[in-house]
Design a protein around this ligand. Structure first.
Ligand code: DC
Length: 214
């Protein structure tokens, strides 16, 4: 079984995907975390997003994800980079790298490989449209930017960071993600859309669970 959770930035996709993985006892893959880990690798190696990336480069990048007892971790060539990939530098650069077809194809192959043997729930932007168009269940979460910025602000928990600048960043990211030529952020026609602006985490979760039948 494959469950796709797509949607806008900061709508709680990964929170929902993890809850589903736990409840249904299936694997979880965070597609954004793959893009972030690759971005971290490329920044560290001073490879700029304008360069064309050869296959030899990808053979040097080994990424694995683990979701165990409620805790998600991601490893880049054996190093635990779970918190490093959430840093500011990666966050502001990831959309530029995620536009590159070489990088996207690499991530798609990792995700498809993960789905071969086990049921999975994957969160992302184009999981239901491009990566797994035949997914058993597809959801698309969206919310007004102001509310997403408030949520991110709370998550960052740093009073020196202004909500307005987070909102600006979110809108910029949405803009890059939804206007790019390859795999833009958009709801699959057969995805079930949920406006999460005024819903609590558990309300969204219940709505999703109601749709999933065995
Ligand atoms: O979900 P996130 O914020 O961790 O994603 C980081 C970036 O990666 C986001 O700006 C867009 C990109 N991304 C993507 O292009 N496709 C995905 N399936 C997931 C993320």
């Amino acid at each position: 079984m494959i469950i796709a959770i797509d949607g806008e930035a900061s709508t709680g996709k990964s929170t929902q995907a993890k809850k589903i993985a736990k409840r249904l006892n299936i694997n979880y893959r965070d597609s954004g975390a793959y893009y972030r880990a690759i971005t971290l690798y490329l920044i560290r190696n001073q490879i700029n997003p304008k360069e064309t990336l050869g296959q030899d480069l990808f053979s040097k990048i080994d990424i694995s994800q683990k979701f165990e007892s409620d805790s998600f971790s991601i490893f880049l060539n054996g190093e635990d980079v779970t918190s490093k990939i959430r840093g500011h530098k990666v966050s502001v650069n990831v959309s530029e790298y995620a536009k590159k077809p070489e990088i996207r194809n690499f991530v798609y192959s990792l995700l498809r490989k993960s789905s071969k043997l086990n049921s999975i729930v994957v969160d992302g932007r184009e999981i239901g449209t491009v990566v797994f168009p035949d997914a058993d269940y597809k959801f698309f979460l969206y919310a007004i930017p102001e509310i997403r910025a408030q949520r991110r602000h709370k998550e960052i928990n740093d009073e020196t960071v202004k909500i307005e600048s987070i909102e600006r960043e979110i809108k910029e990211r949405d803009d890059i993600d939804s206007t790019r030529e390859i795999a833009p952020l958009k709801k699959a026609e057969d995805a079930y859309g949920i406006d999460v602006s005024y819903l609590a985490i558990d309300q969204v979760f219940e709505e999703i669970l109601e749709k999933i039948t065995f």
